[in-house]
Structure formats: C-alpha cells, structure tokens
Design a protein. Sequence first.
Length: 339
Amino acid sequence: MGLFGVYEGFIRRVDSLVWSLLCDENDSLGLRELLRYSVFSGGKRIRPLLAMLCCRVVGGSDEDVLYAAAGIELLHNYSLIIDDIIDRSVLRRGRPTVWKKFGVSVAQCVAADLAASAFRAAALSKHPVKVVEIFARVMKRAARGEMLDILFEQSGREDESYVVENRFNHVTLDDYFQMVSNKTAAFIEATCEIGGVCADASEEEIEALRRYGYNIGVAFQIRDDILDIFGKAEVTGEEIGKDLRTRKLGNLVILLACEEMMNEDKRRFLSLMRKNEELTNYELNELIKMVKKTNAEERAMGYGRNFVDNALCALRSLPQNEHVKQLEQIAFFILRREK
C-alpha cells in the first residue's frame, strides 16, 4: 500500500464530512451534481492528510483535526475554481474545469458555496476562532499572490486597464518567491499549522510545522512549474505549456530559462511572450523548445531540493515518531511526483 493508501480510512471520513458540509437537505439534484463535480474530481487529498499527520506528530488525534482538515480541502478547491477562471484553464485532472463545463457565472457561485462551507467547517472545529483566523489569513494571502501572478503576465487582459497599466516588464526571483509564498505555500503552511493548533501543540511546535509547510509548499509549486513544461499531458491531465500560452513569467522554469537565454533568443522569446494576439500552436511549441534548450529544469530542481531540505530541517525539532517519518516521505514525494 502506497504512502497515501495507508490513510484511506481518514480520507474517506474527510470526503464524507466535506459532502455533508456542502449539501443542504433542500438542494436539488442538479445543484448536488455541480458541487460533487467541483470537489470530487480526483486529487490525493494531500492537504487533509498533512493536517492529520501534523496533528498526530504532536500528540493530537484524528477527531481533533477532522473538521479543520475538511475545511482546508474545501478552501483549496474554492481557490482552484477561481484560479481556473482567472487563467482560463480548460482542463484540470484530465476533466473540463468547473467554469468550462458549467459556465463562469455558475462556477463563481459554486466557488462561493465552497468557501462558505469551509468556514462552516472552521466554526465546527476544535478551536473555531483560531481556525477561522487561519482560514481568513490564507485567503487574503492567496488573493495577493494571485494578483501578483496576473501582473507577471506579459500580454493579454487588454480589457483590464489596471493589469495593462501595472504589469511587470521584468520579474525577479524575489518577485517570484513572494508570489509563490502567498499563492501556493500559504495554503500548505496553514494546513500544517491547523494540525498543530488542533492538537494543542506548543508555539515552538506550531512554528516548526509552519516552516515545514511553507517549504514543502514552495517546493510543490516549483514541481508544478516543471511539470507545466516537462510533464506529460496524459499523466498530469493538464495542457503542457499552459503558463507559456498565458504568457506567465511567474513560473520558475520560464523565469530561469529567460534569464539564461542569449540576446537574440531572449528577444525572440520575449517578443512572443508579449505578442498581443493569441499564440499559435507553432509559436507555443517554439517557446517550449527554447525553454528546453536551457538548464532551467535542472536549476529549478536545485531550488526545489533546497526547500525540501529546509522542510526536513524544520521537522528535527518535532517529536521523532512514526508520523514525522511520514511527513519526511511527503517532502521527498513532492519533487518526484508526475502530476
């Protein structure tokens, strides 16, 4: 049984609770279909699993963290719907995204429903005030990270004057890590924090869990960035080169590749990234080939390994039990995953 299969029982309990939090008795079958599609479309439930393990590692029980774990999963799925609308992504986990299947207006309503259900879970959790505060904080950070990600795009959104007037012509590594820290790492950092909070851990233990979560969160995004260019669509379930098609410099591989390119290649690369019209498939493939000619994948993996090392370092100050070993395995898994 694999790393995630060991905890199938807990994941089933989370899924059951998620469903009960989402649905009201008067909901129509049509609405229930929408809600089910938005949440039960695959995924490993890594966030509830992390919340549970972080709770266990400092002496808490599954009962202590169950509601908060279900809530963070709902909040995560809310963020995916919004992210797909903003990025106009048409595929997620090999299926049409919620907005693509049901329309933007309906997707926005479903996202609001998921967010409300997440806060319902927080209100029913062991430490509701603390968990609600963590959820509110992560939503604010995610919104700020999303805005940076939009402003890192080199073209598009001509009907959005704020974006056109404020987009970044040059994105630094510091800019990238600021965006990722808020957009992706904040969710996983919060997930690990609620595990400690629900277990009544000490402040020192909660801080160690936060550091672990933050670092694997950044590593997780780096691996996503790598898979966007070097992954296999039949495995990831998403379009390869999506970040290039949307002209994002908020992808570490793209950023490092651009940094490495010589003058003529760099001019051609940036001219395509800043082209007003939609990229043709030929142009997208040209951009992918230009990125693959560089050492960006290897360099990005180096950054990812550093963040994993930092996460493992954070675990050393926690009780050294079987659960901390599972957290170590998850950290290693982050950079090996293929989807």
